[in-house]
Design a protein around this ligand. Structure first.
Ligand SMILES: CC(C)=CCNc1ncnc2c1ncn2[C@@H]1O[C@H](COP(=O)(O)O)[C@@H](O)[C@H]1O
Length: 185
Protein backbone atom coordinates (compact mmCIF):
# COMPACT_ATOMS: atom_id res chain seq x y z
CA UNK A 1 0.00 0.00 0.00
CA UNK A 2 2.88 2.31 0.75
CA UNK A 3 1.03 5.59 1.21
CA UNK A 4 -0.53 6.93 4.41
CA UNK A 5 -3.32 7.64 4.89
CA UNK A 6 -4.89 5.32 2.36
CA UNK A 7 -6.29 7.27 -0.59
CA UNK A 8 -9.58 5.80 -1.76
CA UNK A 9 -10.87 6.59 -5.23
CA UNK A 10 -14.66 6.45 -5.34
CA UNK A 11 -16.65 6.34 -8.56
CA UNK A 12 -20.38 7.05 -8.39
CA UNK A 13 -23.32 8.58 -10.19
CA UNK A 14 -23.37 12.26 -11.07
CA UNK A 15 -27.08 12.53 -11.78
CA UNK A 16 -29.35 14.50 -9.44
CA UNK A 17 -32.46 12.50 -10.23
CA UNK A 18 -31.54 9.35 -8.35
CA UNK A 19 -33.48 8.16 -5.29
CA UNK A 20 -32.52 9.63 -1.94
CA UNK A 21 -31.23 6.24 -0.75
CA UNK A 22 -28.25 6.53 -3.10
CA UNK A 23 -27.33 9.96 -1.74
CA UNK A 24 -27.50 8.45 1.74
CA UNK A 25 -25.26 5.60 0.64
CA UNK A 26 -22.68 8.05 -0.72
CA UNK A 27 -22.93 9.97 2.55
CA UNK A 28 -22.28 6.76 4.52
CA UNK A 29 -19.24 5.93 2.41
CA UNK A 30 -17.79 9.40 2.95
CA UNK A 31 -18.31 9.10 6.69
CA UNK A 32 -16.89 5.58 6.74
CA UNK A 33 -13.69 6.44 4.92
CA UNK A 34 -13.19 9.48 7.12
CA UNK A 35 -13.63 7.38 10.25
CA UNK A 36 -10.85 5.12 8.99
CA UNK A 37 -8.59 8.12 8.57
CA UNK A 38 -8.46 7.80 4.79
CA UNK A 39 -8.52 10.48 2.13
CA UNK A 40 -10.89 10.66 -0.84
CA UNK A 41 -10.07 10.91 -4.52
CA UNK A 42 -13.19 11.55 -6.60
CA UNK A 43 -14.42 13.23 -9.76
CA UNK A 44 -14.57 16.66 -8.12
CA UNK A 45 -18.29 17.32 -8.49
CA UNK A 46 -20.31 18.98 -5.74
CA UNK A 47 -23.56 17.60 -7.12
CA UNK A 48 -25.62 14.46 -6.57
CA UNK A 49 -23.93 11.39 -5.06
CA UNK A 50 -20.49 12.82 -5.77
CA UNK A 51 -21.27 15.91 -3.72
CA UNK A 52 -22.85 13.95 -0.87
CA UNK A 53 -19.80 11.71 -0.72
CA UNK A 54 -17.27 14.54 -0.57
CA UNK A 55 -19.21 16.68 1.91
CA UNK A 56 -19.60 13.76 4.26
CA UNK A 57 -15.93 12.80 3.96
CA UNK A 58 -14.86 16.38 4.83
CA UNK A 59 -17.32 16.56 7.71
CA UNK A 60 -15.53 13.51 9.11
CA UNK A 61 -12.16 15.18 8.68
CA UNK A 62 -11.01 13.48 5.48
CA UNK A 63 -8.95 15.27 2.87
CA UNK A 64 -10.81 15.38 -0.46
CA UNK A 65 -9.03 15.53 -3.80
CA UNK A 66 -11.23 16.17 -6.82
CA UNK A 67 -10.10 15.61 -10.40
CA UNK A 68 -12.20 17.23 -13.10
CA UNK A 69 -11.67 18.16 -16.74
CA UNK A 70 -11.89 21.87 -17.55
CA UNK A 71 -14.82 21.18 -19.86
CA UNK A 72 -16.91 19.74 -17.00
CA UNK A 73 -16.15 22.38 -14.35
CA UNK A 74 -19.52 24.10 -14.87
CA UNK A 75 -21.58 21.15 -16.04
CA UNK A 76 -20.64 18.96 -13.08
CA UNK A 77 -20.42 21.86 -10.57
CA UNK A 78 -16.77 21.55 -9.58
CA UNK A 79 -16.51 21.52 -5.80
CA UNK A 80 -15.03 24.76 -4.42
CA UNK A 81 -14.66 23.10 -1.01
CA UNK A 82 -12.31 20.38 -2.26
CA UNK A 83 -9.02 20.40 -0.37
CA UNK A 84 -7.35 19.96 -3.71
CA UNK A 85 -9.17 20.46 -7.00
CA UNK A 86 -7.09 19.18 -9.90
CA UNK A 87 -8.38 20.63 -13.17
CA UNK A 88 -7.14 18.62 -16.13
CA UNK A 89 -7.57 18.99 -19.88
CA UNK A 90 -9.11 15.66 -20.89
CA UNK A 91 -11.15 12.73 -19.60
CA UNK A 92 -8.15 10.45 -20.09
CA UNK A 93 -6.01 12.71 -17.92
CA UNK A 94 -8.77 12.68 -15.31
CA UNK A 95 -8.72 8.91 -15.10
CA UNK A 96 -4.94 8.75 -15.04
CA UNK A 97 -4.72 11.34 -12.23
CA UNK A 98 -7.36 9.49 -10.23
CA UNK A 99 -5.60 6.14 -10.76
CA UNK A 100 -2.19 7.44 -9.78
CA UNK A 101 -3.43 9.22 -6.68
CA UNK A 102 -5.37 6.24 -5.27
CA UNK A 103 -4.50 3.07 -3.36
CA UNK A 104 -7.86 1.39 -3.90
CA UNK A 105 -10.97 1.85 -6.03
CA UNK A 106 -14.60 1.65 -5.00
CA UNK A 107 -17.57 1.92 -7.34
CA UNK A 108 -20.95 2.85 -5.89
CA UNK A 109 -24.16 2.67 -7.88
CA UNK A 110 -23.87 4.90 -10.93
CA UNK A 111 -24.59 5.24 -14.62
CA UNK A 112 -22.59 4.82 -17.79
CA UNK A 113 -19.67 6.96 -16.64
CA UNK A 114 -19.31 5.01 -13.43
CA UNK A 115 -19.37 1.74 -15.38
CA UNK A 116 -16.76 3.07 -17.78
CA UNK A 117 -14.43 3.97 -14.93
CA UNK A 118 -15.05 0.68 -13.13
CA UNK A 119 -14.35 -1.44 -16.21
CA UNK A 120 -11.11 0.32 -16.97
CA UNK A 121 -9.73 -0.15 -13.47
CA UNK A 122 -11.05 -3.74 -13.26
CA UNK A 123 -9.59 -4.80 -16.62
CA UNK A 124 -6.24 -3.19 -15.85
CA UNK A 125 -6.18 -5.14 -12.57
CA UNK A 126 -6.75 -8.53 -14.16
CA UNK A 127 -4.12 -7.65 -16.77
CA UNK A 128 -1.74 -7.18 -13.84
CA UNK A 129 -1.13 -3.53 -14.62
CA UNK A 130 -1.76 -2.77 -10.95
CA UNK A 131 -2.45 -4.70 -7.75
CA UNK A 132 -4.80 -2.25 -6.04
CA UNK A 133 -8.17 -3.48 -4.73
CA UNK A 134 -11.16 -2.92 -7.01
CA UNK A 135 -14.48 -3.10 -5.19
CA UNK A 136 -18.14 -2.57 -6.04
CA UNK A 137 -20.61 -1.64 -3.34
CA UNK A 138 -23.97 -2.99 -4.44
CA UNK A 139 -26.48 -3.03 -1.57
CA UNK A 140 -29.60 -3.35 -3.72
CA UNK A 141 -28.66 -5.30 -6.88
CA UNK A 142 -28.15 -2.15 -8.94
CA UNK A 143 -25.37 -4.07 -10.72
CA UNK A 144 -26.89 -7.57 -10.54
CA UNK A 145 -27.69 -7.88 -14.24
CA UNK A 146 -24.32 -6.55 -15.35
CA UNK A 147 -22.39 -8.75 -12.95
CA UNK A 148 -24.40 -11.81 -13.91
CA UNK A 149 -23.56 -11.18 -17.56
CA UNK A 150 -19.87 -10.80 -16.67
CA UNK A 151 -19.91 -14.15 -14.84
CA UNK A 152 -21.49 -15.75 -17.89
CA UNK A 153 -18.55 -14.50 -19.93
CA UNK A 154 -16.30 -16.78 -17.91
CA UNK A 155 -18.67 -19.72 -18.44
CA UNK A 156 -18.58 -19.12 -22.20
CA UNK A 157 -14.80 -18.85 -22.31
CA UNK A 158 -14.56 -15.13 -23.04
CA UNK A 159 -12.78 -14.35 -19.82
CA UNK A 160 -11.15 -16.23 -16.98
CA UNK A 161 -12.58 -16.92 -13.56
CA UNK A 162 -9.50 -15.14 -12.19
CA UNK A 163 -10.56 -11.96 -14.01
CA UNK A 164 -14.05 -12.20 -12.53
CA UNK A 165 -12.58 -12.83 -9.08
CA UNK A 166 -10.39 -9.72 -9.36
CA UNK A 167 -13.50 -7.66 -8.61
CA UNK A 168 -14.83 -7.72 -5.04
CA UNK A 169 -18.59 -7.21 -4.73
CA UNK A 170 -19.74 -6.00 -1.32
CA UNK A 171 -23.23 -5.56 0.14
CA UNK A 172 -22.48 -3.15 3.00
CA UNK A 173 -20.34 -0.05 3.44
CA UNK A 174 -18.13 -1.73 6.04
CA UNK A 175 -17.65 -4.81 3.90
CA UNK A 176 -16.71 -2.61 0.95
CA UNK A 177 -14.26 -0.49 2.94
CA UNK A 178 -12.70 -3.60 4.51
CA UNK A 179 -12.11 -4.95 1.01
CA UNK A 180 -10.37 -1.70 0.01
CA UNK A 181 -7.71 -2.25 2.68
CA UNK A 182 -7.11 -5.99 2.91
CA UNK A 183 -4.68 -7.00 5.64
CA UNK A 184 -1.17 -7.68 4.31
CA UNK A 185 -0.87 -11.37 3.31
C1 LIG B 1 -13.18 10.58 -23.78
C2 LIG B 1 -12.99 9.51 -22.76
C3 LIG B 1 -11.66 8.91 -22.62
C4 LIG B 1 -14.03 9.15 -21.99
C5 LIG B 1 -13.91 8.13 -20.97
N1 LIG B 1 -15.03 8.25 -20.16
C6 LIG B 1 -14.95 8.75 -18.94
N2 LIG B 1 -13.79 8.95 -18.30
C7 LIG B 1 -13.77 9.50 -17.05
N3 LIG B 1 -14.87 9.88 -16.38
C8 LIG B 1 -16.04 9.68 -17.00
C9 LIG B 1 -16.14 9.10 -18.29
N4 LIG B 1 -17.43 9.07 -18.67
C10 LIG B 1 -18.11 9.60 -17.64
N5 LIG B 1 -17.29 9.96 -16.63
C11 LIG B 1 -17.62 10.58 -15.36
O1 LIG B 1 -18.14 9.62 -14.48
C12 LIG B 1 -18.94 10.27 -13.50
C13 LIG B 1 -20.16 9.45 -13.26
O2 LIG B 1 -20.92 9.39 -14.43
P1 LIG B 1 -22.38 8.70 -14.43
O3 LIG B 1 -23.29 9.61 -13.68
O4 LIG B 1 -22.22 7.37 -13.77
O5 LIG B 1 -22.72 8.58 -15.89
C14 LIG B 1 -19.19 11.68 -14.04
O6 LIG B 1 -18.39 12.59 -13.30
C15 LIG B 1 -18.71 11.61 -15.48
O7 LIG B 1 -18.14 12.83 -15.95
Amino acid sequence: MGRHPLALCVYCGSNDNVPRSYLDLADDVGAGLATRGWSLVWGGSSAAMMGALARSARRGGARTVGVIPQGLVNLEKADPEADDLVVVNTMRERKREMDERADAFLALPGGLGTCEELFEIWTSRYLNMHQKPVVVLDPDDHYAGLLEWCRELAGRGFTSQAAIDALVVARTVDEALDACAPPPS
